[in-house]
Design a protein around this ligand. Sequence first.
Ligand code: SF4
Ligand code: SF4
Length: 77
Amino acid sequence: MPRVSIEKDRCKGCELCVEACPQHILEMSDKINAQGYFYARVFDRPRCIGCRLCAIICPDIAIEVGVNAVQYDYFPY
Ligand code: SF4
Ligand code: SF4
């Protein structure tokens, strides 16, 4: 199963990942992070298909997706 992890304190609440996810399994939390933003979270992890669109579109590099134990780094900085 793909592994999606969102580093909540990097998130600025832009919701781009929520819009991009073809499985519609991301949502905004009703809690705020250390920066004062409502952050994105995964609410239906087993339905993730590992497409990585969320990680690619996130401007704050807050999302990582691992598939079959391989970690893909699109932005290695
Ligand atoms: S990897 Fe794809 S399916 Fe999984 S949460 Fe990200 S956008 Fe959605
Ligand atoms: S795209 Fe990145 S910064 Fe925007 S809501 Fe999603 S995790 Fe947060």
